[in-house]
Design a protein around this ligand. Structure first.
Ligand SMILES: CC(C)(COP(=O)(O)OP(=O)(O)OC[C@H]1O[C@@H](n2cnc3c(N)ncnc32)[C@H](O)[C@@H]1OP(=O)(O)O)[C@@H](O)C(=O)NCCC(=O)NCCS
Length: 250
């Protein structure tokens, strides 16, 4: 009964589409988490086959595959559900919201703890993938279709592939100048910023050189014309405008 009460509260809080309490029993999240509760109990008792069996039954029923070894806190809500995968060593804090198409998985490179640890009040949007044994800090938001491959501090918004922090506590992060390197070390992005700045500086220098060359050509032309007017002969050695000077003299 406690589980049903919790689910009614959680779903009503997080899904504005729900119209009546009875609809709670239509949510795949409700059944997937119920099966997981029993499956996790069996897993801890080392009844692995039965635990996996329940997990696979829940997957068939709801499209949500939660490995029975995953540790899940209070108030998880999986909206829509289809295509969600939660790995064996994944740990999920309290009041987390997950949308359809989310994978909390491994990269295939780690052994033992291979899946992420999700903090409290985290939102993982539709299609997002969080891959590897790192932590996603409390209150962070992972955008739709982001692929997160490294630790995320608290209160961050992460977007893109690979996932980049674009907001910390609601404040926009400028990757070149405002990035907090303690919270988010990203040497590749910093190198890219440096290279972009160097390219800009080089472009400015090239522009100055091009302008100078044009000015020098203009000066040379003027000099040729003056010489032609005065002496009827261009005195400029190796004059690049011999033809123009000749025409000018006539
Ligand atoms: C990430 C999200 C939760 C918004 O979080 P937020 O902290 O309020 O962030 P903002 O809306 O201010 O967006 C921050 C920046 O990320 C960009 N952004 C947001 N979502 C993005 C996404 N999925 N992919 C790429 N960029 C995204 C915004 O354009 C904005 O860019 P800017 O800094 O250049 O203006 C939201 O964009 C999102 O992805 N929601 C999906 C929820 C969902 O799965 N719904 C399914 C219901 S069925």
């Amino acid at each position: 009964m406690g589980y049903i009460r919790e689910q009614i509260q959680v779903i009503k809080e997080r899904d504005p589409a729900i119209k009546s309490t009875a609809e709670v029993f239509l949510y795949p999240s409700f059944y997937a988490l119920l099966f997981h509760k029993v499956g996790h109990y069996l897993y801890k008792k080392k009844w692995y086959f039965l635990a996996r069996l329940l997990s696979q039954l829940a997957r068939g029923l709801t499209g949500i595959e939660i490995h029975p070894g995953a540790t899940i806190g209070k108030g998880l809500f999986i909206d829509h559900g289809m295509g969600v995968v939660i790995g064996e060593t994944c740990e999920i804090g309290d009041n987390v919201t997950i949308y359809h198409g989310v994978t909390l998985g491994g990269t295939g490179k780690d052994h033992g703890k291979r899946h992420p640890t999700i903090g409290n009040n985290v939102m993982i949007s539709t299609g997002a993938k969080v891959l590897g044994p790192f932590k996603v800090g409390d209150n962070s938001r992972i955008a739709a279709n982001a692929v997160v491959l490294q630790e995320i501090p608290e209160d961050c918004t992460v977007v893109g592939i690979p996932g980049k922090i674009v907001r910390i506590a609601g404040q926009r992060v400028n990757p070149c100048s405002q990035l907090d390197q303690v919270k988010m070390p990203d040497p590749i992005q910093m190198e890219m910023c440096k290279m972009r700045q160097n390219v800009d500086a080089l472009q400015d220098k090239i522009q100055v050189l091009e302008d100078t060359i044009v000015e020098l050509h203009k000066l040379k032309d003027e000099k040729c014309k003056e010489a032609a007017l005065k002496t009827h002969e261009c005195t400029e050695p190796n004059c690049p405008n011999k033809e123009a000077c000749e025409t000018y003299r006539q």
